[in-house]
Design a protein around this ligand. Sequence first.
Ligand code: COA
Length: 161
Amino acid sequence: MKRAIVPGTFDPITEGHLDIIRRTAQLFDSVLVAVAASPTKGASGPLFSLEERVELVRSSIAEFSNVEVKPFDGLLVKFAQDEDATVVVKGLRVVTDFEYEFQMAAMNYTLDTTLETMFIMSSPKYMYLSSSIVRELARLGGPYRNFVPECVYEALKKKYE
Ligand code: COA
């Protein structure tokens, strides 16, 4: 059985992430979405708590029978080993992603040569989407409904009410 891991902070999950998860689910028998605690991300940590981010991912992936979600804290390679995942799948969007992703993939390979990293090109309509852009639109009252699943839209509305 081929099991892939799709890691990220998912603060919050967007349609861009779901696009990558959907396509990964078509390529592998089993997919684990790994939500990183990422306590140091952003000026004051993530907007949503780890529990909230996991719940929003869980609601968003309900339609996929071979996809599950779990939180993790610590090294991705260690978590992948514990979960019997042999491939890390990441979405590649604009060129600026490349250098950072290349560095992460190289370090993860150095730490564990049995763990491969695969990249899926983001769909053109999500090339410039990111969680921070969605948070910014929500904070400033801009239109973001089409970029996130319904549950995330509701959760963001509540955060900024
Ligand atoms: N569609 C839309 N947005 C996307 C996307 C896609 N396909 N792919 C990535 N993004 C967004 C993310 O939401 C994030 O946006 P933000 O910065 O505005 O929040 C941004 O692009 C960067 O994404 P990513 O590179 O996946 O970073 P991340 O913070 O979401 O996740 C981890 C990074 C958690 C995978 C990584 O830090 C990790 O593995 N941490 C564990 C510790 C570890 O092992 N470190 C490595 C040791 S070398």
